[in-house]
Write a protein that binds this ligand. Structure first.
Ligand code: NAD
Length: 500
């Protein structure tokens, strides 16, 4: 049965003016489960206008009232997060436990935002000049736009909107059209938490909706997460329209395994970080760099852990679910074909999955975990972001060669090193040109009170997501100079005022 997935405006569903829709599928069955509305420019303007109309009252709502609503939202989310996880699995395909993990990481940002009264405090300097005080305050921007990718339909929007709303902004969220239902569940939760009409709105759609957000003068900032070419386009277009922009792009994350590493720990980490969420994570490890003589042992240990993984419906007892769409599944499989043709050794072949759990007769978008050895830097399986369950092993002789691979790679989102040598780890942390680094930790996603963001082609703009970067991104600073007592100004003096 097919349902219509609408926009959300003023705490209510909004159908929009167009009958244009895109199909939403359950990746485990291939079944079309819904039709998501595709906004016209007029629809987008209607949603943006609602966010603009709600802004003055929300900006003037006290921090005490804002935080009460945030705390209520956090409590409702914590109590009901199982519902959200099931929605994520039904449209994305990841296993439910992984979907719950995604919600938990998003919830941590809500908890961070509950501390907004402390985070928004400004500075105060008494007597900067005689009887003159100077102080600073942070004020919200206005209506802000958030554009999110398919792979984290709850967590990625939650990197931004809790902080944006806590700071006094109103929000228009444009989710991925591949798994849009989570956004409506979240919108309903905000309503239940008592958020006033128009503060959190959802605009469903494709490029038409995005382009209106990027250029509409009422939208004051853009927070984008997605692939690098679109991130670049979003950054260029929205900054040209005078907006503040943070645009997080794609990734190719390397894990370096040094000869002294605990190879069992490293092999566990490669499997978890390479194949969790079917490799559809911006922090997935897709290139394992084996340094020195350990490569044969490491590849064998990864293979023996990969083969028994159960591939199947994310609502059942599976380790890994299907890929998000058939087109994406076929694209990832074509990279494995190309790697094989280019001379990589296919150690575990996901194109012929024999894992437990998958219904062979279903039309689900199945592709099993794939381990490629003897990959070289010129192969497309290495140069491109594949965004699927494909782990490539590259063999190098030295630490310096491993570092050079990472530092010459255009992406710089996350990386990891596995070693028992503290000095080597410290050197890596210092020398590697990547935004998030793990030491014996394969997916080094920072906590909510630190900021999330990569370097190079993995982020356009200078502001990372959440943490204090988020508070700064979603506010403008104002500095005030005041004199009350003895307001004598000493008569006419056209010179530049000096402190006395
Ligand atoms: P995508 O770039 O295809 O889509 C992201 C968003 O942009 C969606 O809302 C989509 O509707 C919109 N969009 C797509 N094409 C557009 C166009 N031509 N013009 C305007 N808007 C457009 O990305 P995706 O496939 O949904 O997500 C996967 C990508 O996101 C991967 O590259 C992954 O690395 C990246 N990602 C990065 C991070 C990070 O933190 N750096 C986090 C998650 C995902």
């Amino acid at each position: 049965m097919s349902n219509t997935i609408s926009h959300w405006v003023d705490n209510a569903p909004f159908d929009g003016s167009s009958s244009a829709t895109a199909p939403v599928t359950n990746p485990a069955s291939g079944e079309v489960t819904g039709q998501v509305a595709l906004a016209t420019v007029e629809d987008a303007r209607h949603v943006i206008d609602a966010a603009a109309a709600a802004f003055p009252a929300w900006r003037d709502t006290s921090l005490a009232k804002r935080t009460q609503i945030l705390f209520t939202f956090r409590e409702l989310l914590n109590t009901r997060k199982g519902e959200l996880a099931e929605i994520i699995t039904s449209e994305h395909g990841k296993v439910v436990s992984d979907a719950l993990g995604e919600v938990a990481r998003g919830q941590e940002v809500v908890e961070f935002a509950c501390g907004i009264p402390h985070l928004l405090k400004g500075g105060y300097t008494e007597n900067a000049s005689t009887k003159v005080d100077v102080y600073s305050i942070r004020q919200p921007l206005g209506p802000v736009g958030i554009i999110s990718p398919f792979n984290f339909p709850a967590m990625v929007p939650m990197w931004f909107f809790p902080v944006a709303i806590a700071c006094g902004n109103t929000v228009v969220l444009k989710p991925s059209e591949k798994d849009p239902t989570a956004s409506l569940w979240i919108a309903n939760l905000w309503k239940d938490a008592g958020l006033p009409d128009g503060v959190f709105n959802v605009l469903q759609g494709d490029k038409t909706a995005v382009d209106e957000l990027l250029t509409n003068p009422k939208i004051k900032s853009i927070s984008f997460v997605g692939s690098t070419p679109i991130a670049q386009y979003v950054y260029a277009t929205a900054t040209a329209a005078g907006k503040r922009v943070q645009a997080l792009g794609g990734a190719k994350n390397h894990a370096v395994v040094l000869p002294d590493a605990d190879l069992d720990l490293a092999a566990d980490a490669m499997v978890n970080a390479g194949f969790g969420s079917a490799g559809e994570r911006c922090m997935a490890i897709s290139a394992c760099v084996a340094v020195g003589p350990i490569a044969d042992d490491l590849v064998a240990k990864i293979a023996e852990r990969t083969t028994p993984l159960k591939i199947g419906d994310g609502t059942k007892d599976s380790d890994m679910g299907p890929l998000v769409t058939k087109a994406h599944r076929d694209k990832v499989a074509s990279y494995i074909d190309a790697g094989e043709t280019d001379g990589a050794k296919v150690v575990v072949d996901g194109r012929t999955i024999s894992g437990d759990g998958a219904d062979r007769d279903s039309s689900g978008f199945w592709l099993g975990p794939t381990l490629l050895d003897q990959v070289t830097p010129d192969m497309s399986v290495y140069t491109d972001e594949i965004f699927g369950p494909v782990l490539s092993v590259l063999r190098v002789e030295t630490y310096d060669h491993a570092l050079e691979l990472i530092n010459t790679n255009p992406y710089g989102n996350g990386t990891a090193i596995f070693t028992n040598d503290g000095g080597a780890a410290r050197r890596f942390q210092n020398e590697v040109e990547v935004g998030m680094v793990g030491i014996n930790v394969p997916i080094p996603v920072p906590m909510a009170y630190y900021s999330f963001g990569g370097w190079k082609a993995s982020l356009f703009g200078d502001s990372h997501a959440h943490g204090m970067d988020g508070v700064q991104f979603f506010t403008r600073q104002k500095a005030i100079t005041q004199r009350w007592l003895d307001p004598s100004h000493g008569g006419i003096n056209l010179g530049f005022p000096e402190s006395q």
